[in-house]
Design a protein around this ligand. Structure first.
Ligand code: MET
Ligand SMILES: [Zn+2]
Length: 777
C-alpha cells in the first residue's frame, strides 16, 4: 500500500445491476427456464458489468482511481457475501464446489429453493423496496474465504482497463442481518460469531490486494438501524475490534466503510478510531458528524446526492455541505448517500414523459453526473458554474410549475377538522353492518385479485398497443368479472370481489388515474433477485379527476345478490411503492392521496357498495430505522389511512389488508387504523400473529390468512380448519374472518379453485363447532 492517496474526487456507492434493458434479469430467467446454459449466462452477466463500467467512466468517473465501484450481484449482495465466506446452509452443501466456488446454478438454488429445501428467507433491506436473502448462521457455521467470484469480477474489469473498487457487505452488517440457523441453541445470536467470520474477511482482503485492488468498500448499513442493532451488547466495542483487525491485515487494500440509509450516530466513533482510510457517510438521511475531528486524516465520501429518490439535487446546497467536511478530512469525495440500486438507469430514455418534468429528474446516470460535477466543484467551483446554476434553475422551475401546488388541494387539507379522521364507535358500526350485510359467523372472502391469466395479460398488452379498442377491452374485462363472480358464488364465498383484472399493478393502476403522478417506460428498479418494479413518480399535488374503481365495482354488484367488496390501495402503500416528491413532508403527500381515496370511498358507498377494502401491505415498509422517529411516522401513516376511510357511514364495512412483513411490532398502529376488518398474512408463520392480536386486545374483525398463496400448494380442509380452530381459540369467534394470506393474482385457476373450496368447507366445519350464541351473533 502506497502512502499517496489516489486522487479521486467523486464516486457512487453502487449502481443498478439489472442492466439498462434488464439484460441480467433476462439472462438469469433464461438460465432458470433451461433456455440458456451456465456459460452463456455468465457471458451475459459479464456483458452487463462491462457496460456498467464503461458507462460510469463515460459519465466522468475515471478509469484508474478506484472511484468506479465493482458492485455487481447476480441476485443479491448479502447472498454474495454468504457464499464468499462459506456460509451456505447445510441443506445446500452440495452446491459448493471442491474449490469453494458456487456456480450460478447452485447460487440460484440457494436463492430460490429446491423441492423440499426452502430457499433463504427474503426480507426488506432497510427502509427500501429492495429485499435481501437472510443468511442462516449457527454456532457451527464454518467460515472461510470460499468463493472468489467478487475477486474475479474485479480482475475482469482490470483486464478490461478499469481499476474499480470492489464493494462487499461488511462483516458486522452481515451478521446483524443474519438469523440463527435452525437447531441453534436458544438465545444464540449470529453476531457472537464475529471473530470467526473476520478470518474469512481477512483472506478476502488479501485476495483483493493480490488481484491489485487499491480500495475495497465494506458496507455497514446495519450501524444506522435501531432494529438491526437492538439487543446487541457492546456493539461499539465489536465494531472497533472488527475494524482494528481488518485494518491490521498485511498488504491489504485501503478500506472505505460505508454507512448508508442513515446516521451511524455513536457508532461512528469506534469506526473512525480504527485505521480504516475512508468513511462514506449518508448526508441526506444522516448529519455531518457533530464531532468533525473524528474524520481527521480520513478520506470522506460525503453522500450528498440522494440514492433513494429521482430528483435532481440542489448542487449548491450539496456543495456547501461537502465543504463543511473539508477542515478535518484528509480528502473529501463527492458521493451518493446510498447505492444507486434503488433508482432506474437513465431519465433521458423517458421520451414519453412530460419534458418539463423530465428536466427535474435525475436517475442513476444523472446522479453520477451530479457527483462528478460536485467533485470538480470541490476543486474549482468556477469551473462548473454553469452546471451549478442549471441545477438551481431546475429546482426553481419545479417550484412554480403548474400542478406542483394546486390551491384547491391545499385549501381542502388546511380546512380538515379532527372529525375527518374519526368514525362512530365500533359498537355502533358493528350493529349497523350486521344489519346491512347479514353475514354468517366466520365469514369467507378473498383479498381481491384472482389469477391474472395469460389471456388477461394478452388483452391488456393488446389494448396498451392499441390493437384492442377501449370498448372491446372493457367488454373483455366484464366477461372476466362475470367468470370470477360465478366462481365465487359456486364456491360459496360470503363477500364477493371483482378480481382486479383491470389492474397491471395495485399502485401503478391508481397512479395512472390520479393527477400528480407520472409513470415511466423504462424506470425499472430491482425489487429482489430478477424481479423488477417500475414505481410511478409522484411529482405534484394529488387530484382524482374521476372515479377510478366505481364502474367495475358497480358492474360486479349488478351480477350478484351477495355483498361486493370494493378494492382500493391505501395512501401509505401508494407512497411506499412510488418515488415521492421531496419538497414537502411525506405526511402531507399522504394526506393528499388519502383525500382522493376518500372521495372514491364516498362514490363507492353512494353506488351501493357496502364493503370497501383499503390495502396497506406496505404499512410497515416506511417505518423509520431509528426508534425515535417511529411515532411521528405511525402518526401520519395511520392518520392518512383514517382520513381515506373515515368518511364512510356506519353501515359501510371498511376492510384493510396487510402482508409482506412482520406486523407484531406495529400492532397498536394496526389497531389505530380503526378498520372494521383487517386481513393479515399469517399462514406461513402458523398464525403467530394471533398472539400479538390477542395481547393487544384487538376488538374488531380479523382475518388471519389461512391459505399461503405464495406457492401452488393446495391446503387441505383439515389443515385450514386447524388454523381456524387456532384462531377462534385466541380471538373471540365473532371477530374472525376466513381468507387467504394475500391476493391470488400470481396463482393459477386450478389450485386457486381447489384451495378456496377447501377454505369455504373448513369455515363451514368450524362454524358448526362454535357454541350457538357466537354462531348466531
Ligand atoms: C400485496 S397485497 C395485494 C392486495 C390486492 N388487493 C390483491 O389481492 O392482489
Ligand atoms: Zn397482500
Amino acid at each position: 500500500m502506497t502512502e499517496q492517496l489516489p486522487a479521486w474526487t467523486a464516486t457512487v456507492l453502487g449502481y443498478p445491476r439489472t442492466g439498462a434493458d434488464r439484460e441480467a434479469k433476462k439472462a438469469l430467467e433464461a438460465l432458470w427456464a433451461g433456455r440458456a446454459d451456465l456459460a452463456s449466462t455468465e457471458r451475459a452477466l459479464a456483458g452487463v458489468r462491462a457496460a456498467t463500467v464503461r458507462r460510469l467512466n463515460s459519465l466522468g468517473l475515471p478509469a484508474h482511481d478506484a472511484s468506479i465501484p465493482s458492485a455487481f450481484s447476480a441476485y443479491d449482495q448479502v447472498l454474495d457475501a454468504a457464499v464468499a465466506v462459506g456460509a451456505v446452509p447445510p441443506r445446500f452443501a452440495d452446491v459448493v464446489g471442491e474449490d469453494g466456488r458456487v456456480d450460478l446454478a447452485g447460487y440460484s438454488t440457494i436463492a430460490r429453493g429446491r423441492g423440499a429445501d426452502a430457499p433463504l428467507e427474503m426480507t426488506k433491506w432497510f427502509d427500501t423496496n429492495y429485499h435481501y436473502l437472510v443468511p442462516e448462521i449457527g454456532p457451527g457455521t464454518a467460515f472461510r474465504f470460499a468463493d472468489d467470484r467478487g475477486v474475479r469480477e474485479f480482475s475482469e474489469a482490470l483486464a478490461d482497463g478499469f481499476l474499480t473498487r470492489p464493494v462487499v457487505v461488511g462483516p458486522v452488517t452481515f451478521l446483524l442481518l443474519a438469523k440463527a440457523a435452525g437447531g441453534s441453541p436458544e438465545g444464540f445470536a449470529p453476531i457472537s460469531r464475529l471473530d470467526d467470520l473476520l478470518g474469512a474477511y481477512e483472506d478476502l482482503l488479501t485476495a483483493y490486494a493480490a488481484a491489485g485492488a487499491e480500495w475495497v468498500q465494506l458496507d455497514e448499513p446495519a450501524l444506522v438501524s435501531d432494529s438491526a442493532t437492538a439487543g446487541v451488547e457492546g456493539l461499539a466495542g465489536l465494531v472497533r475490534a472488527a475494524y482494528d483487525r481488518l485494518a491490521a491485515v498485511e498488504g491489504r487494500p485501503r478500506l472505505l466503510v460505508a454507512t448508508p440509509y442513515g446516521d451511524p450516530g455513536e457508532l461512528l466513533e469506534p469506526l473512525a478510531a480504527t485505521a480504516v482510510e475512508g468513511l462514506a457517510l449518508d448526508l441526506v438521511r444522516g448529519d455531518v458528524p457533530a464531532r468533525p475531528e473524528l474524520l481527521t486524516g480520513k478520506t470522506v465520501v460525503g453522500g450528498v446526492v440522494d440514492g433513494h429518490n429521482v430528483w435532481r439535487a440542489d448542487l449548491v446546497a450539496a456543495l456547501a455541505r461537502l465543504r463543511t467536511l473539508e477542515g478535518p478530512a484528509a480528502r473529501v469525495v463527492a458521493g451518493t448517500s446510498t447505492s444507486l440500486l434503488h433508482v432506474p438507469h437513465d431519465v433521458t430514455r423517458e421520451t414519453a414523459l412530460d419534458e418539463r418534468l423530465r428536466g427535474w429528474l435525475a436517475f442513476a446516470d444523472q446522479k453520477v453526473s451530479e457527483v462528478v460535477v460536485l467533485g470538480r466543484a470541490l476543486g474549482d467551483a468556477a469551473a462548473v458554474r454553469e452546471e451549478l446554476s442549471a441545477s438551481a434553475r431546475a429546482r426553481a422551475d419545479r417550484t412554480g410549475a403548474p400542478g406542483v401546488v394546486r390551491p384547491e388541494v391545499r385549501e381542502r387539507l388546511a380546512a380538515l377538522t379532527p372529525e375527518a379522521f374519526h368514525r362512530s364507535d365500533y359498537a355502533v358500526r358493528r350493529l349497523a353492518q350486521e344489519e346491512a350485510l347479514g353475514l354468517p359467523a366466520l365469514p369467507t372472502t378473498t383479498i381481491g385479485s384472482f389469477p391474472q391469466t395469460a389471456e388477461i395479460r394478452r388483452a391488456r398488452a393488446a389494448w396498451t398497443r392499441g390493437d384492442l379498442d377501449q370498448g372491446a377491452y372493457e367488454e373483455f374485462l366484464r366477461a372476466e368479472i362475470d367468470r370470477v363472480v360465478a366462481l365465487q358464488e359456486e364456491l360459496g364465498l360470503d363477500v364477493v370481489v371483482h378480481g382486479e383484472p383491470e389492474r397491471n399493478d395495485m399502485v401503478q393502476y391508481f397512479a395512472e388515474q390520479l393527477d400528480g403522478f407520472a409513470v415511466t417506460a423504462h424506470g425499472w428498479v430491482q425489487s429482489y433477485g430478477s424481479r423488477c418494479v417500475r414505481p410511478p413518480i409522484l411529482w405534484g399535488d394529488v387530484v382524482r379527476p374521476a372515479p377510478i374503481t366505481v364502474p367495475w365495482s358497480t358492474y360486479t354488484a349488478s351480477r350478484t345478490p351477495k355483498p361486493v367488496k370494493g378494492m382500493l390501495t391505501g395512501p401509505v402503500t401508494i407512497l411506499a411503492w412510488s418515488f415521492v416528491r421531496d419538497d414537502q413532508p411525506l405526511g402531507d403527500t399522504a394526506r393528499q392521496v388519502a383525500l382522493a381515496l376518500r372521495d372514491e370511498v364516498a362514490d363507492l358507498e353512494a353506488a351501493g357498495i357496502g364493503v370497501v377494502q383499503v390495502d396497506e401491505p406496505a404499512l410497515r415498509e416506511l417505518l423509520p430505522l431509528r426508534t425515535g422517529d417511529q411515532p411521528a411516522y405511525l402518526d401520519w401513516s395511520v392518520g392518512s389511512f383514517r382520513l381515506a376511510t373515515a368518511g364512510a357511514g356506519d353501515a359501510t364495512q371498511i376492510h384493510t389488508h396487510l402482508c409482506y412483513s412482520e406486523f407484531g411490532e406495529v400492532i397498536d398502529a394496526i389497531d389505530g387504523l380503526d378498520a372494521d376488518v383487517t386481513s393479515i398474512e399469517a399462514a406461513r408463520s402458523r398464525m403467530e400473529v394471533l398472539d400479538d392480536i390477542a395481547r393487544a386486545g384487538f376488538a374488531r374483525g380479523i382475518g388471519p390468512g389461512v391459505y399461503d398463496i405464495h406457492s401452488p400448494r393446495v391446503p387441505s380442509t383439515e389443515e385450514i380448519a386447524g388454523l381456524l380452530r387456532a384462531a377462534v381459540a385466541s380471538v373471540p369467534a365473532r371477530q374472525v374472518w376466513v381468507n387467504p394470506d394475500c391476493g391470488l393474482k400470481t396463482r393459477g385457476y386450478a389450485e386457486t379453485t381447489e384451495s378456496l373450496r377447501n377454505l369455504v368447507e373448513a369455515a363451514r366445519t368450524v362454524r358448526a363447532e362454535l357454541p350457538v350464541p357466537a354462531a348466531a351473533s
